[in-house]
Design a protein around this ligand. Structure first.
Ligand SMILES: Cc1ncc(COP(=O)(O)O)c(C=O)c1O
Length: 393
């Protein structure tokens, strides 16, 4: 039998990271001590109250049946309460859907609303799911929204041709650039969506990983956003629960209903016990201020970020301290694959920007998801490679 991939699968771009993975595995096989600054997965554990709650909820035999496609009512209420505390946004349970990780929701949302040939605005560089898993795999046409350093990595919406555009993805705090925005920019984005009848999918996965007093807004804080927007959030980065696969989408009821309709044909929601644990995690917020464990988490990331950025500057790179996310987006002044390959030769893995889109080509992403001593060691190796004196010695 001749087995042929569907055309939409063939349209997926080549996987830039595959080459890197091959190189990394080869070096590991050779016994090289590799420091990975390439992974967007926290090395810090979930707080102990989450582990305790998980043990308790798993042990409850009532928590092993199917959930609902839209999620458990208690979980959706906890999400609505969290929105009220954290963003002062009023939501009903009907305006919330539980997700098996926000990646799942981001991938399924286009299936609910995008028709074959519809154009979808996708930031470039960006998390690849918007363009690939969501747009291409649902027969939409991704249209890059360049995120340029000179525009603080914000798209120029005035330059967009809105013809046949059905959907737009935006993500701040941003992966991979770590850029942040204020409400003024979000207001422009909502106005663009309203004027052009475009569904606005706002990915706020990193809203709680912030530094130096910066507080990330929700798109739903903007007047009129409830008419056009759906926002995606996740417990992955906030509570160090990436493997537990629990997240949520909130916003316009018709958009939530459409996403739920698609999901009801595909999955049966996240496990009940995980939703109960996630509800407790969200309830740890007593106000719009993050709970203590999250403040500590962010302090750890902040110290690592300071060390990494200071050392990169000493090596002669132009690099600023980001106000959010655990990423540093470094202008490597050349081909990102070449740069990343060079670093692997000294046992440091970073992510080549080309994997996030054409506009990521001259950048690499470094994640501070390693202990500070390992980051210091990685900097030492980079300094030696670039022929700089290492300030730490
Ligand atoms: C911008 C962004 N959105 C969404 C996700 C997906 O997170 P999850 O599916 O774990 O909720 C990630 C993961 O790295 C991400 O970087």
């Amino acid at each position: 039998m001749k087995i042929d991939l569907a055309e939409r699968v063939k349209r997926l771009p080549p996987y830039v990271f595959a080459e890197m993975e091959k190189l990394i595995n080869e070096k590991k096989r050779q016994g090289l001590d590799l420091i990975s600054l390439s992974i967007g997965d926290p090395d810090l554990p979930p707080p102990s109250f989450i582990i305790d709650s998980l043990k308790e909820e798993v042990a409850n035999l009532k928590n092993h049946n199917y959930s609902f496609s839209q999620g458990e009512p208690d979980f959706r209420q906890a999400v609505a309460d969290w929105y009220k505390k954290r963003f002062r946004v009023d939501l009903s349970q009907e305006e919330v859907v539980a997700l098996i990780g926000s990646k799942e929701g981001l991938a399924n949302v286009a299936r609910a609303f995008v028709n074959a040939g519809d154009r979808v605005l996708v930031p470039d560089p960006s998390y690849p799911v918007y363009s690939n898993g969501s747009t291409i795999l649902n027969d939409g046409v991704p249209v890059p929204l360049p995120l340029l350093q000179e525009n603080d990595f914000k798209p120029d919406l005035e330059a967009v041709n809105p013809e046949k555009v059905k959907m737009m993805f935006l993500n701040y705090p941003n992966n991979p650039t770590s850029a942040t925005v204020d409400k003024k920019f979000l207001k422009c984005a909502v106005e663009f969506a309203q004027e052009n009848n475009v569904i606005l999918c706002y990915d706020n996965a990193y809203s709680e990983i912030t530094f130096d007093g910066y507080k990330a807004p929700s798109i739903l804080e903007i007047d009129g956003a409830m008419d056009v927007a759906v926002e995606f959030h996740s417990c992955s980065k906030t509570f160090n629960m990436t493997g537990d696969r629990i997240a949520f989408a909130v916003g316009n009821k018709q958009l939530i209903n459409g996403l739920t309709k698609v999901k009801s044909q595909i999955d049966s929601g996240p496990p009940v016990y995980i939703q109960k644990v996630a509800a407790k995690a969200l309830e740890s917020y007593k106000s719009d201020e993050p709970p203590d464990f999250l403040k500590k988490n962010n302090q750890v990331y902040g110290e690592r970020r300071d060390l990494l950025v200071d050392r990169l500057c000493q090596m002669g790179f132009l690099c600023e301290k980001p106000k959010a996310t655990f990423y540093v987006w470094l202008n490597c002044k050349g081909d990102s694959m070449e740069f990343a390959t060079k670093l692997i030769s000294v046992g440091v893995a970073v992510t080549p920007g080309a994997g996030f889109g054409a506009y990521g080509e001259k950048y690499v992403r470094l994640a501070v998801t390693q202990p500070i001593e390992r980051i210091a060691e990685a900097c030492k190796r980079m300094s030696a490679l670039f022929g700089c004196a290492d300030a730490s010695v």
